[in-house]
Design a binder for this molecule. Structure first.
Ligand SMILES: [Fe+2]
Length: 154
């Protein structure tokens, strides 16, 4: 099998960070679903519909990051144990008021963006443009969402 002609050690480092991103995106997908199901109050319908779009988009991100890990020669985990071990996103059992949940989502997306920037920089320094461009579009869409989440709770 032809490989991607990338430095093996750097590739392993990139994969390590992508695994953290995978776990974190997966956790945020679950958290967003939880808000979609459990949100209460006068904003219910708007937030219910908006989080529907958000978790679908996070599902696409999970897929894209998992696929990139495999393209870089790694194994993409698919168990709750591994995902939860890799994630940096704090999941919740209790869902507070709608605004608090939207603020929490904005913070979680900011965490994903910080991680994606780190990956993008490392990938750029390794000439791994496939990962760089994946991370750059990831950053763009999550930054847009952070802006929208922040504006909706101002
Ligand atoms: Fe639904």
């Amino acid at each position: 099998m032809a490989d991607l002609n990338l430095d093996k050690t750097k590739c392993e480092e990139i994969r390590g960070l992508l695994l953290q991103l995978l776990g974190s995106v997966f956790a945020l997908y679950l958290k967003t679903l939880g808000i979609h199901w459990n949100v209460k109050g006068s904003d219910f319908l708007g937030i219910h519909r908006w989080t529907d779009e958000q978790y679908e988009s996070l599902q696409d991100d999970v897929d894209a990051v998992g696929e990139r890990i495999v393209q870089l020669g790694g194994h993409a985990p698919a168990t709750f144990e591994e995902m939860s071990h890799l994630s940096q996103v704090q999941l919740v059992r209790e869902f507070r008021d709608a605004n608090a949940m939207l603020r929490a989502l904005a913070e979680d997306h900011a965490l994903l963006v910080r991680l994606a920037r780190k990956i993008s920089q490392l990938a750029a320094a390794t000439s791994d443009s496939g990962t760089t461009s994946l991370m750059d579009s990831f950053i763009q869409s999550h930054e847009k969402l952070i802006w929208m989440l922040n504006k909706s709770v101002e």
